[in-house]
Design a protein around this ligand. Structure first.
Ligand code: UDP
Length: 331
């Protein structure tokens, strides 16, 4: 099979590319490297078994001619190219909306033209500010006002979902929507706000761990390799077309407890400091206080078991950052 991965040099995209290469498939990556990095694919790019089956295009999905050629060539498309991270979205509001809305529309239009099955990466952000758990695909959504820019990301991803479902309904396009919940693992950058790489790097440098707010907000983290298994299984499942799925772990933890766990795992001498939201972000920032996925639906379609627990995830991430920091001789 030939697989096109937009955003294939990103954190999740690179693991997805590697998994397909290991399966013996051909992989086409298009990535403008705005938040992705060739560093992410370096470890497998030169593998002699993969070399002839991996094609990397450092370009934008707005390059129509290239996307036309790639979509026409491939059998299935994973659309992962998007703005990522709360920090990135707040710093690049217009660019984020443009890539998420116009970019996804472009990909859907081409997939419909060539009748190619497509998986759209959505986000748990789509649910907005709920306090209940678990969040299920049929839940209502609650956003803040439009001057609180965090919600632009949620709204743009929701618009992607509507557009994808409209293509399914009106053109019969086989489209799958995956709402990803805090996917984590080695290669994830802390530069765009993500908490685990940020706190891990701080702990390894024996710097204070910056927990925003009072630290009682919680998340469930999912190991990237578990997520990738689910994405591949959904793509292979005919009944999944036209459906929306949560993909996420079930182990809920507060960010304060996460910080303490990271200190323990790294053996760091760091302390946790609480940073008020208005210092970390602009003054009208709103956090999502809780985010736990219901995974009953996806389990009915595929064999989904987010088996990697948080301690194991942290061990992998810490080992990755330890090596990275040692090789750049920062510690
Ligand atoms: N967070 C934090 N310190 C940081 C980065 C993030 O306390 O240095 C918090 C953030 O406010 C949120 C949680 O960690 O409550 C998860 O943040 P992340 O950006 O990783 O993901 P998202 O907010 O999209 O779930």
């Amino acid at each position: 099979m030939r697989v096109l991965i937009t955003g294939g040099a990103g954190f999740i995209g690179s693991y997805l590319a590697e998994a397909y290469l290991k399966k013996g498939d051909e992989v086409y990556i298009i990535d403008d490297l705005s938040t992705g990095s060739l560093e992410n694919i370096k470890s497998f790019q030169n593998n002699p078994h993969f070399k002839d089956r991996l094609f990397v295009f450092t370009d934008s999905i707005f390059n129509h001619d290239l996307m036309l050629e790639l979509t026409g060539t491939c059998d299935a498309v994973f659309h992962l190219a998007a703005a990522v991270g709360v920090r990135y979205i707040l710093d690049n509001p217009l660019e984020s909306i443009k890539i998420n809305i116009q970019g996804t529309e472009k990909v859907l239009e081409l997939c419909a033209k060539f009748k190619k099955k497509v998986l759209i990466a959505s986000s748990s952000e789509v649910y907005g500010k709920h306090l209940h758990a678990p969040l299920v695909e049929t839940d209502n959504i609650i956003y803040g006002p439009s001057d609180k820019f965090r919600w632009s990301y949620a709204a743009s991803k929701l618009m992607d979902e509507f557009t994808a479902l409209a293509y399914f309904r009106t053109k019969g396009l086989k489209v799958i929507i995956a709402r990803l919940f805090n996917t984590v693992g080695p290669r994830q950058s802390g530069a765009y706000g993500m908490v685990i790489p940020r706190l891990t790097e701080q702990a390894l440098k024996n710097e204070p761990l910056t927990v925003y707010g009072d630290g009682t907000q919680s998340r469930t983290f999912t190991f990237v390799e578990d997520v990738v298994k689910a994405l591949i299984a959904l793509m292979e499942n005919d009944a999944a077309a036209g459906e929306v799925f949560n993909i996420g772990g079930t182990e809920e933890i507060s960010i304060f407890n996460l910080a303490e766990k990271i200190i323990k795992h790294t053996g760091s001498s760091s302390e946790v400091v609480l940073i008020p939201y208005e210092k970390a972000f602009e003054k009208d920032f709103e956090d999502m206080l809780r985010r736990v996925p219901g995974i009953e639906k996806i389990k009915k379609f595929i064999d989904f078991d987010p088996e990697t627990d948080l301690d194991t995830i942290l061990r992998h991430v810490i080992a990755y950052y330890r090596e990275k920091l040692t090789s750049s001789s920062l510690i």
